[in-house]
Design a protein around this ligand. Structure first.
Ligand SMILES: [Fe+2]
Ligand SMILES: [Fe+2]
Length: 180
C-alpha cells in the first residue's frame, strides 16, 4: 500500500533539485557579484507554487489537519508546530527576496546583499526541514492512522493535485489587469 507520505516524499526530491540550483547560483553570484533576476523569479515561482501552495498545501490541509484530530504524543505535536512555523518563515523569506529582487531590477545594486542572504537562508533551511519530515516525523505519525484513513488521505492528495492547475490559473486570471 502506498502511504499518504509517499507523494510528499517524492515532492521533497524535486525541491532538493531546486535547492541544488540555488546553491550553484549563490556561488556564481559570489564570483561575479551580479544578480540574475530571471533566475530569482524562476526560483521564487517554483518555491511559491510548487513547494508552498502544492506541497506545503497538502501537508497542512490534509496531513496536519488530520493529525490535529488525533491525540498526539507531545514530541509529535511539538514537531508539527515547528513545521508549520517553518512554512511561515519560508513565506516571509521569499517575500523579502521578491522585494529585494524588484528593487535590484530597478537598479538598486545594494540589494545583492539581501538577495544573497535570503537565497542562502532558503538553501540552508529546506534540507533541514525536509530531513525533519522525512526522517523524524512522517513515518512515526503514520501510526496514528488506520489503513482506510491513510487510503482516503492519499485519494484526497490526488484530488488536491487534480484541482491544482485550475486553482492556479483562476488566481492568475484574477490578477490580470488591462492597461493603456
Ligand atoms: Fe513541510
Ligand atoms: Fe515537506
Amino acid at each position: 500500500m502506498v502511504m499518504p507520505i509517499g507523494p510528499l516524499m517524492t515532492e521533497h526530491r524535486l525541491i532538493e533539485r531546486m535547492i541544488a540550483l540555488i546553491k550553484k547560483e549563490l556561488e556564481r553570484i559570489k564570483k561575479e557579484n551580479r544578480v540574475n533576476s530571471d533566475f530569482i523569479e524562476a526560483a521564487v515561482d517554483f518555491i511559491r507554487t510548487y513547494a508552498d501552495k502544492l506541497h506545503h498545501g497538502k501537508e497542512e490541509d490534509i496531513l496536519f489537519r488530520d493529525l490535529k484530530t488525533k491525540g498526539l504524543e507531545e514530541q509529535h505535536r511539538k514537531t508539527m508546530e515547528e513545521l508549520i512555523e517553518e512554512h511561515r518563515w519560508g513565506r516571509k523569506t521569499v517575500k523579502e527576496l521578491v522585494e529585494a529582487n524588484n528593487k535590484y531590477k530597478e537598479g538598486n545594486e545594494k540589494k545583492t546583499e539581501v538577495i544573497t542572504r535570503c537565497l542562502q537562508a532558503l538553501a540552508d533551511f529546506y534540507p533541514k526541514h525536509i530531513e525533519k519530515e522525512d526522517k523524524h516525523f512522517f513515518i512515526p505519525v503514520m501510526n496514528y492512522f488506520k489503513e482506510e484513513e491513510q487510503e482516503s488521505m492519499l485519494e484526497e492528495e490526488a484530488e488536491f493535485d487534480r484541482n491544482f492547475i485550475h486553482e492556479i490559473y483562476k488566481r492568475k486570471i484574477n490578477e490580470i489587469k488591462i492597461s493603456g
